[in-house]
Design a protein around this ligand. Structure first.
Ligand code: NDP
Length: 474
């Protein structure tokens, strides 16, 4: 029997769709799932792609079915199940075979697994996949970390199944060991910020302007035709339009305001902190999800402090909407600037040499944060400025100059009205602090020297100095 080009373990939501995608692109694929009934059902429902699927009931069968050197994608729940699968696979594979973890792994685990497989003859690829179910089936964005040689073995299949932006594949090898999973983590961190800012603007439209979902939907749909053109804005408009079949009410009105999270946002924040790179908009977005989960506490606090009276953002509706659009644009730019800065910091820290323009390019299609603006970002890298911070790229300086006054107005008016806009306001604070040539940390240094004799630098002489505080303080 003709050997399969690749194997896949884990026929859940992502794995089954990736397998169909691979088969559809003309590659034979061997598949295995812990629960064998799922493998049978999957193959039975694969329609015309069935002939390209090789169902396997054991890992030995799976290994036997693939052409060496054998690439095997593991698409199971992140964490211990991945370690268990690797341990089980090791006995079935041989030198030069490639284990690919395509789940949402913490990049520290990927680095560890890479090291654990060193010397075994097997190689490991940590592969971030974004795009959800639909992306996995028809073209996700794929972020690969591992050796370049192992990438070469799988490049043909991976680029074939990836999304395409104007014909260019949204898949790339980004660097060694944990590089791909790190980039996927930051992708998700940015996604958190993007989603939170959209939700905050929705909150202003709902509670500040008193608009219903059906009125808000066309506002987002309209913005999706401009510079905010993105998948998240598009689905926001669609979600606001949808009705609940049970009650007939807009679905968003019957959904509990308690957001879930699986950890990649939190990991982004932890890594940003470890690297010493401010990622305040992402932090605010993660914190906002945590606060959202405190539903009963929030309800009690609302009783204690009193319910907000419905406020209106006064002024011409068109002008307010224009401000909100530009505020979202400015907030988004600041959040992306933070995300790229974190990746840049990690690239230096771990000697990854992450290719920023490539990252922006492979995010232009297939992934959840795909947008027109990522095309502008891809162009900005390499033209100067962006390497330091996206806020310093000429194209983004122009956009921020136009948009930041709106972000300022929206944040100020939301604060006055009592409407929470934590991600937008932290993005504004980041921007204001970043662009301030002389800040206020001179006073922090004075305080540190006052209580701890930490010393400070002077503006007019090199060296370390102490202030005339008069003795040690506790
Ligand atoms: P599902 O819950 O749909 O499927 C989980 C799969 O993992 C099943 O095949 C299940 O097998 C298998 N599995 C679970 N535990 C074990 C174990 N201990 N040993 C062996 N197999 C196990 O998950 P998804 O497909 O949604 O997610 C898979 C990975 O992809 C995760 O890392 C997730 O974070 C990541 N991901 C998910 C996205 C999404 O939108 N859903 C997007 C991007 C990445 P069984 O049938 O026997 O239970």
């Amino acid at each position: 029997m003709e050997k399969a080009e690749i194997g896949l373990i884990g026929l859940g939501t992502m794995g089954s769709n990736l397998a169909l995608n691979i088969a559809e692109k003309g590659h034979r694929i061997a598949v295995f799932n812990r629960t064998p009934e799922k493998t049978d059902a999957f193959v039975a429902n694969a329609g015309t792609l069935r002939d390209r699927l090789v169902p396997c009931k054991s890992l030995a069968e799976l290994a036997e079915a693939i052409r060496p050197p054998r690439p095997v994608i593991i698409m199971v729940l992140a964490g211990q199940p991945v370690d268990d699968q690797i341990a089980a696979l090791r006995g079935e594979l041989a030198a030069n075979d490639i284990i690919i973890d395509a789940g949402n792994a913490n990049f520290h685990d990927t680095v560890r697994r890479f090291k654990e497989l060193e010397g075994s003859g097997l190689t490991f690829i940590g592969m971030g996949v974004s795009g959800g179910e639909e992306g996995a089936r028809h073209g996700p964005s794929i972020m690969v970390g591992g050796t370049e040689a192992s990438w070469k073995r799988v490049e043909k299949v991976i680029t074939a199944i990836s999304a395409k932006f104007k014909g260019e594949p949204c898949a790339a090898w980004l660097g060694p060991d944990g590089a791909g999973h790190f980039v996927k983590t930051i992708h998700n961190g940015i996604e958190y910020a993007d989603m939170q800012m959209i939700a905050e603007i929705y909150g202003v439209l709902r509670d500040g302007l008193g608009m219903g979902p059906k009125e808000i939907a066309p506002v987002f749909a309209g913005w999706n035709k401009g510079r905010l053109d993105s998948y998240l804005i598009e689905i926001t408009a669609k979600a606001l339009e949808a009705d609940d079949p049970k009650t007939g009410r807009p679905v968003v009105d019957i959904i509990l305001d308690r957001a879930g999270q699986k950890g990649t946002g939190k990991w982004s924040v932890i890594e940003a902190q470890q690297l010493g790179i401010p990622a305040t908009a992402i932090e605010a977005a993660v914190a906002a999800r945590v606060l959202s989960s405190l539903k009963s506490e929030r309800e009690a606090a609302e009783k204690a402090y009193g319910k907000l009276s419905v406020t209106t953002f006064s002024g011409a509706r068109d002008e307010v909407l224009k401000d909100l659009e530009l505020a979202l644009l400015a907030g988004k730019i600041a959040a992306y600037a933070q995300g790229f800065a974190v990746m840049s910091g990690a690239s230096k820290e771990f000697n990854w040499n992450l290719p920023m323009p490539t990252i922006a390019r492979i995010w232009r299609a297939g992934c959840i944060i795909r947008s027109q603006m990522l095309d502008t970002m891809a162009e900005a890298f390499g033209k100067g400025g962006a390497e330091v911070n996206l806020l310093m790229a000429p194209a983004f300086i122009d956009m921020m100059k136009q948009a930041h006054p709106s972000l300022r107005r929206v944040v100020a008016r939301a604060a006055e009205a009592g409407l929470p806009v934590p991600a937008l306001s932290s993005a504004l604070a980041y921007f204001d602090a970043y662009r301030q040539g002389r800040g206020t940390s001179n006073l922090i240094q004075a305080q540190r020297d006052f209580f701890g004799a930490h010393g400070f630098e002077r503006i007019d002489a090199a060296g370390a100095f102490h202030g005339p505080w008069g003795g040690t303080q506790g």
